[in-house]
Design a protein around this ligand. Structure first.
Ligand code: NAD
Ligand code: AKB
Length: 312
């Protein structure tokens, strides 16, 4: 039976992924960890700073861990506030996960990468899997380095590391933690509270996104895919949909006609402008049959249903 340790389990993705993994493998087989205790979490939970190798190793050994989902990181927008610190945390935590996995024969590791690996020099429409990676943020730089380290540990030590370049993730279950795509979650909370939304990106900023349910399903499908089918040893491009703040706002206005948005672009605009507008995820579709289920309209409907707003 798999025993799974999740780092960063209280974050936007971790809090949803841990619930799915509990359903799948049994609550007692999932060890959620994060920097602070989460009093609402049901099941085994440990406070863990992943920069502390000894603490990570002790948990892995004592709890008989066989798989690690390494979600802990500082995201793009917060990362730009303290670039060196962001590099240190994102790299140190991943090195510790890689080393502990090598030393203790961890069967599988999940490493989330991001569309932040792409920079200004790529085709911004249907950005190919094999683009040159020259990111504009320290977060993106850490993800490119992480992808290459993942490939190195796979080839040199035979570690089984699987990775997705997530686009912006939108879900009703949790709030985002300091990224450039956060507006696309925050906007729903303002709409249901009947407040005006100040968007930190301009109206025409198109970015690739994915609904949380699709992102979690993709993660689990990739982790369960036969190893021999996975040709990409760095990280798979993946996408659900692409839209601009203006399109999202006008779709929301179909449901909440009084919803108002104003645009106040800040430093995050420059980050968004360096990212793809849409992504080519052909390799994920070919290798492990990836298919998104949610487009823009279905995602919006599901968000409002789950945020308890009656549909008209
Ligand atoms: P988040 O910011 O919501 O959560 C990250 C969690 O990591 C937080 O709970 C934080 O407390 C924890 N953490 C930070 N430093 C830590 C440390 N030293 N030790 C232990 N825990 C620490 O992030 P998220 O949105 O859930 O993202 C999870 C992963 O997915 C990240 O690696 C992120 O880069 C990646 N990702 C997320 C998105 C997205 O849209 N959410 C998109 C692309 C990639
Ligand atoms: C961010 O905006 O930093 C994240 C990401 C796309 O990696 N949501």
């Amino acid at each position: 039976m798999s025993k799974i340790l999740i780092t960063g389990a209280s974050g936007q993705i971790g809090s949803v992924l841990s619930e799915k993994l509990k359903e799948k493998y049994g609550t007692e087989n999932i060890l959620a960890t994060d920097l602070h205790h989460n009093p609402d979490y049901i099941g085994p939970f440990e406070v863990l700073d992943v920069t502390d190798f000894e603490a990570l190793q002790t948990l892995v050994v004592n709890k008989g861990i066989t798989q690690i989902y390494h979600l802990a990181a500082i995201l793009s927008a917060n990362g730009e506030k303290f670039p060196l610190n962001t590099w240190d945390i994102n790299m140190k935590t991943f090195f510790n996960v890689l080393e502990v996995s090598r030393l203790h024969n961890i069967e599988k590791v999940f490493y989330p990468s991001s569309i932040a690996v792409f920079g200004n020099n790529v085709e911004r429409v249907d950005t190919p899997q094999s683009s040159n990676l020259t990111p504009s943020t320290v977060y993106g730089m850490s993800k490119v380095a992480g992808e290459n380290w993942a490939k190195y540990y796979t080839e040199k030590y035979g570690l089984d590391i699987r990775s997705i370049r997530y686009p912006g993730i939108i879900g009703y279950q949790s709030l985002p933690g300091g990224g450039t795509t956060d507006y696309a979650v925050d906007i729903f909370h303002k709409a249901i509270n009947q407040e005006e939304f100040e968007c930190f990106l301009g109206p025409d900023t198109m970015l690739p996104m994915i609904y949380m349910d699709d992102a979690i399903r993709a993660t689990i499908e990739l982790m369960e895919a036969p190893k021999e089918k996975l040709r990409i040893k760095t990280s798979y491009n993946l996408v659900g949909m692409s839209f601009t703040p203006e399109t999202l706002a006008s779709e929301i206005q179909q449901i909440h006609p009084n919803f108002k948005i104003r645009y106040q672009p800040d430093y995050r605009q420059q980050i968004a402008d360096s990212w793809p507008m849409s992504i080519d995820d052909t390799d994920a579709r070919k290798d492990w049959d990836w298919q998104p289920k949610y487009g823009l309209k279905r995602m919006i409907q599901d968000m409002f249903v789950n945020l308890n707003t009656p549909m008209p």
